[in-house]
Design a protein around this ligand. Structure first.
Ligand SMILES: Nc1nc2c(ncn2[C@@H]2O[C@@H]3COP(=O)(O)O[C@H]4[C@@H](O)[C@H](n5cnc6c(=O)[nH]c(N)nc65)O[C@@H]4COP(=O)(O)O[C@H]3[C@H]2O)c(=O)[nH]1
Length: 798
């Protein structure tokens, strides 16, 4: 519209301007015509008037009047009379009589200037022209002519108007064309782009610009579309990221709710920026809205200091820092663990707080279990070794000594076995208390296990400082211990090793104190000994034996010897006792008294015992077949073998394989097996007895020898220990005791074997006491199988 108005205004101005210019040209050309024509007419009139030829004059004027421009031409003489006019009848009239624009002033002016005077009436578009006329005899007059250009002006106006109209139409057409062009090719696409832009702005991203052609707008549309594509892509990925973030957020919220922990985000000053808790009760603070609080102000002083330090460390190290701290809640100590982790790209720190009271207690318990003996609550082997390590370091600095005391309760095993574990445990607790009561608080009393205790005395200055302490400990145990209102006399054997004299490592010192204790045992117990090098040799011997014993069976170093047993009454060989021998290439022949206790203590006796049983049963079969009469073989069974659950099945299997009567196998057991009162021993003995095996009580008279056992367990044979037989001929009491044992055994239906018969008089006495079977060097020493077979006159059997 504006363009149209501008255009109209412009075309109007142009038209007016054009019109004015042409009008000016018209006026000018009319002036020029008057300038040219009036002098010529004047000259013609002057000539004709001079010739007094009025007709020609009239003709000349009428001729001029034929021009449409001339409306009037009048020639006036000096007196103002009309000489000639288009109407002939006007001649002779005074111009005043006519309504002519002639005045005396005009006439005077023309007369004076003698020049053409033209006045233009712009309103009616005509000229009033005056030109001097010199007329013979009539003086100077003038020619007056009215020259109208009104028609020309009208024509000019028409022309201008029609031109303008054409131009206007052309221009309007052009304008329309431009408008249409602009509309279709600029406005509409731009509008479309704006529309698309508005949709895109409203994030309606499925809108795209669709512009034909290949102009700049098309390029713009393509740019918009590409922009929309990348916007859509961006928004899609942003949405995906938002969704991902939402999922993560949800996940985190669920985790926060599900976990019993407290989650804080704090800024670098410790101010809580964010806080999450699945359970507000876990807060341990009155304040529930923690955001904005400083985390260190929420905690008691001590914990706060830990936190400040941890915050500092987390920031400086940019690493995860953990701290544990206690808090008191309802008079109960609770423990917490805080994990501080720096948040990447921020100055914030994430803190996760978890209550670890239970874990702490469990750790303490585990620690206690790991380092303390549950029965006596004393430090155990690990802790005593640890403390000894520390004390050695301290002693190096302070140049002092350490006394390591190894203590073993004398005959505790027998008490434990005979009176039961409950009493045994109480005795151990009472012993631990007595040891503690005899020492300083800073000394360590530890229990290694069983009835073994260790004492560490630090800050000793001379070896002799340890002596009164050791003596005092031994003396203290000479007073009976009170357990369940009963008194128990139990002594101790004590060994002392000194740092640095006897060793500089905990294990060495402990080993040497053990050797010294062992020595005290050998000295008759209830005493103490300081470690000496000789003991070290004993210890080395023990260790050497243990080392070789481990491989002895595999290396075939064991051999079963057989010692004959005779019916004392008939003097007939009725069987043999299988006795194990160990011959080692390095150690030589090792006596059973030395290696059997070792094998018993490390459990190897089970395998070794199996070997003896199998060998003896195989041998029994051979001799049974060759001698063609029952030939019984007695085998020693150690207490440890009774703990082997395969014992009965093994024996069954060996007897089954040998196809001999079970009664040809006699099992010798010592009181030690029975003292435990273990039900499984009773059942095992019962089963073995039911199988038909002969059960014999060995070494009768050496221990707590109770005839009760003989009634309780299915014994068939009683073996009187050789220590009684040894005294038979020279000790009346011993002789009577042997007699009573034989009589009582017979009354219980038991056969009696006397072992260790070395002299004929011993044999005679036993015969007199009606002892059933005799065994001893007098009757035959233990022999290897080959020798035994030779000895009994059997052909050599391979
Ligand atoms: N002084 C003297 N001693 C005599 C006389 N007659 C026999 N002896 C010895 O007395 C011991 C009898 O065996 P034990 O009391 O069962 O005592 C045995 C037994 O407890 C144990 N032992 C031997 N072999 C085995 C075995 O295969 N298994 C188990 N568990 N223990 C065994 O070792 C102990 C010692 O065995 P050994 O040294 O063979 O000693 C044997 C034997 O050589 C004698 O007239 N005078």
């Amino acid at each position: 519209m504006l363009a149209t108005l501008i255009f109209l205004a412009f075309s109007g101005v142009t038209t007016v301007y054009t019109y004015n210019a042409q009008l000016d040209t018209l006026i000018e050309s009319s002036r020029t015509s008057l300038n040219r024509e009036l002098p010529a007419l004047a000259a013609e009139l002057e000539q004709e008037l001079a010739n007094n030829n009025l007709v020609n004059t009239q003709f000349a004027i009428n001729t001029k009047m034929t021009s449409l421009n001339y409306q009037n031409i009048v020639a006036v003489d000096q007196s103002g009379l009309i000489i000639v006019a288009p109407q002939r009848n006007l001649a002779g009239l005074h111009y005043r009589a006519l309504d002519l624009p002639i005045s005396a002033q005009v006439m005077a002016n023309i007369e004076r200037t003698k020049l053409l005077t033209i006045n233009y009436d712009s309103e009616h578009h005509f000229f009033d022209a005056y030109y001097p006329l010199s007329i013979k005899n009539r003086g100077d007059g003038l020619i007056y002519a009215r020259y109208s250009i009104a028609l020309d002006v009208d024509h000019l106006i028409d022309l201008t108007m029609s031109k303008s109209a054409i131009v206007a139409i052309c221009l309007l057409s052009l304008l329309l064309f431009i408008a249409l062009f602009v509309y279709f090719f600029i406005h509409k696409p731009i509008h479309h782009l704006i529309d698309v832009g508005q949709h895109l702005q409203a994030l309606q991203l499925n809108y795209r610009a669709n512009i034909q052609g290949r102009g700049e707008l098309k390029q713009l549309a393509e740019c918009v579309n590409k922009m929309a594509d990348s916007l859509e892509e961006k928004i899609a990925s942003q949405k995906a990221a938002e969704q991902f973030a939402l999922t993560k957020h949800g996940l985190l919220e669920s985790i926060f709710k599900a976990l019993p922990d407290l989650f804080f985000v704090i800024d670098y000053k410790g101010k809580v920026v964010e806080f999450h808790s699945g359970n507000d009760n876990a807060l341990y603070t009155e304040q529930k809205n923690l955001v904005g609080c400083n985390i260190t102000e929420l905690l008691p002083d001590a914990a706060s200091k830990h936190f400040q330090r941890a915050i500092f460390d987390t920031r400086s190290s940019e690493q995860l820092i953990c701290l544990e701290y206690p808090l008191t809640d309802d008079n109960q100590s609770k423990f917490f663990e805080a994990r501080l982790s720096p948040m990447p790209f921020t100055e914030n720190i994430v803190i996760v707080v978890r209550e670890i009271t239970q874990r702490k207690r469990q750790e303490e318990m585990i620690f206690h279990h790991a380092f303390f003996d549950t029965l006596t609550n004393l430090p155990n082997r690990f802790l005593v070794m640890e403390r000894l390590t520390q004390q050695i370091k301290e002693a190096v600095r302070s140049k002092t000594l350490i006394a390591v005391m190894f203590i073993d309760l004398d005959d505790f095993k027998k008490v434990n076995d005979s009176l039961g574990h409950e009493i045994g445990d109480k005795l151990l607790i009472a012993s631990a208390k007595r040891l503690q009561s005899a020492l300083r608080l800073e000394d360590t009393v530890a229990r290694l296990g069983g009835d073994e205790f260790v004492i560490l005395l630090s800050n000793i200055h001379t070896p002799s400082d340890a002596q009164p302490i050791a003596a005092n400990l031994v003396r203290k145990f000479q007073t009976p211990l009170q357990v369940d209102k009963r008194e128990f006399s139990i002594s101790i054997s004590l060994g002392v090793a000194l740092y640095p004299h006897d060793g500089d490592s905990p294990s060495e010192l402990l080993r040497k104190a053990d050797s010294a204790m062992y020595h005290s045992k050998q000295q008759g117990r209830n005493t103490f000994s300081f470690f000496t090098e000789q003991m070290s040799q004993d210890l080395s011997r023990r260790l050497l034996l243990e080392e070789h014993l481990r491989h002895a069976l595999d290396l075939g170093e064991f051999e079963v010897y057989y010692q004959p047993q005779f019916d004392i009454k008939t003097n007939e060989l009725i069987g043999a006792e299988a006795l194990l021998r160990w011959n080692n290439s390095e150690l030589g022949s090792v006596p059973p008294d030395e290696f059997i206790p070792l094998a018993e203590s490390n459990g190897e006796i089970v395998e070794i015992g199996r070997f003896v049983l199998k060998t003896a049963i195989t041998q029994a079969k051979t001799w049974f077949q060759k001698l063609n009469k029952p030939f019984k073989i007695a085998v020693n069974l150690s207490p440890r073998q009774f703990k082997d659950c395969n014992l009965i099945d093994d024996i069954k299997q060996y007897i089954g394989q040998a196809e001999i009567p079970a009664s040809l196998l006699e099992l010798e057991i010592t009181e030690g097996v029975l003292l435990s009162g273990d039900e499984s021993v009773r059942n095992a003995l019962k089963s073995l007895h039911q199988l038909g095996l002969v059960i014999s009580m060995d070494d009768f008279g050496t221990g707590y020898s109770s005839l009760n056992y003989l009634r309780q367990y299915p014994f068939d044979v009683l073996k009187i220990d050789q220590s009684f037989i040894m005294d038979l001929s020279n000790n009346r009491e011993a002789s009577e005791l042997v007699n009573s044992i034989i009589t009582m055994s017979h009354s219980l239906g038991l056969k009696v074997i006397a072992e260790g018969i070395e002299t004929l008089s011993q044999l005679k006495i036993l015969e007199h006491y009606r002892c059933d079977v005799g065994q001893g060097f007098l009757l035959g020493k233990p022999m290897p199988r080959k020798d035994f077979e030779n000895w009994i006159g059997l052909p050599h059997l391979e």
